[in-house]
Write a protein of this length. Structure first.
Length: 379
């Protein structure tokens, strides 16, 4: 175990969005000096960083020069310059998650091959270079761009051969359509000496129109057997990578009771937000413990919870106006997180609300009420 305290180190974060902001809020408790790199001059994490650099985290020189000023470097988004991270790692900077893992996660094709090579169950797939390779598929299928997909973008369903005309033309993966009963996520953590801790599985419910997370339920409404299988899979994934940090493992539970790994995110994740209020150790605290070589924290829940994403209303673009927020804050067990994004647009993640309650059904009832109470529109 490391002999240094986080307060003696300089932490660099590539990305200054809401995940970076929440990571910095916890880092303040440890008095860690934090540096943030983000392309936006009004990034949500800017106000919380000791040092903020406006720049492109996809540019080699920008990332390299930024990383030279810190001891530990991490990410809040996968789309960063891996070559610069490799060089920094070679020169002694602690980069977590490790650059080779980020490189794999950046390419959904490499992800799927990793699962295949490590006997991790995933939906059947094939790699295609362009839309011409799709015509002989067994429709319906799901097409996912190998690179640069994010928050539901770069994913589409192709129902028949006639849909080949709207298929992505870039390299992608074609997956067989899975008969899904539930979508789950398990957040798992591994520190620098290989200690592993997991959070209980949560159940994900998606916004069909935007293809991104609408809300989650913790704990998931699944059997103990399925829960244990999901946890075992998540632990298998992080151990196979030998990854240091927080890893979100998204899973399909099929109607036949089979668990399949869908995708992973090697960073704090939307499916772990509820851990701030509902668990003894939040995913942000745990990630810091991982990358600084500290003992991992207790991941047990204080109580059940529902996490509701606050998305920009369809049809509104401009300066954000939060309607109904004051009414929402009257409700018991409601914890509001606004990300500090000045402008809203349809389905943009503007914040989240976690509802904690000893009775999960009651928490879900409050969440349903909140969905009709808080509306994010433009002024």
């Amino acid at each position: 175990m490391s002999n240094f305290l986080p307060a003696n180190e300089k932490l660099g974060i590539l990305g200054g969005g809401q995940l970076g902001k929440m990571l910095l809020q916890k880092a303040a408790d440890y008095n860690i000096e934090c540096h943030v790199l983000d392309p936006s001059s009004d990034a949500p994490a800017k106000a919380y960083a000791h040092y903020f650099t406006q720049g492109n985290f996809n540019d080699f020189d920008t990332v390299y020069l930024f990383g030279k000023n810190v001891n530990v470097l991490t990410i809040e988004i996968e789309h960063v310059n891996v070559d610069a991270l490799i060089k920094l790692e070679q020169e002694g900077v602690h980069v977590y998650p490790q650059p080779n893992i980020i490189k794999t996660v950046q390419d959904k094709g490499l992800q799927k091959q990793f699962y295949q090579n490590n006997k991790i169950p995933t939906s059947p797939f094939k790699l295609v270079d362009n839309s011409n390779d799709i015509e002989n598929s067994q429709f319906p299928v799901i097409q996912k761009l190998r690179k640069f997909g994010y928050d539901g973008r770069g994913v589409q369903k192709l129902s028949s051969a006639s849909d080949s005309s709207i298929a992505f033309t870039e390299p992608s993966i074609i997956e067989e359509l899975v008969d899904i009963d539930k979508e789950l996520s398990v957040v798992v953590a591994r520190n620098t000496i290989g200690e592993v801790r997991h959070y209980d599985p949560v159940e994900l419910v998606f916004n069909d129109e935007a293809n991104l997370l609408d809300y989650l339920v913790s704990p998931a409404n699944i059997s103990e057997e399925i829960s244990n299988q999901a946890i075992a899979l998540a632990r298998q994934v992080i151990k196979s990578f030998e990854m240091v940090g927080i890893l979100a493992v998204e899973l399909f539970l099929t109607k036949k009771g089979e668990l399949l790994v869908n995708e992973i995110a090697p960073r704090p994740h939307n499916s772990g937000h509820q851990s701030i209020e509902a668990n003894f150790t939040s995913q942000y605290d745990q990630h810091l413990r991982c990358i600084f070589g500290l003992n991992l924290g207790d991941t047990n829940m204080y109580c059940p919870s529902v996490m509701l994403n606050l998305l920009g209303e369809d049809g509104y673009t401009g300066d954000a106006d939060y309607v109904g927020l004051n009414d929402a804050m009257k409700m018991s067990g409601v914890h509001v997180h606004l990300y500090g994004k000045k402008t809203t647009k349809p389905f943009r993640k503007m914040g989240h609300v976690t509802i904690t309650n000893e009775n999960l059904k009651e928490a879900m009832k409050i969440a349903d009420e909140l969905k009709n109470t808080i509306k994010i529109i433009s002024k």
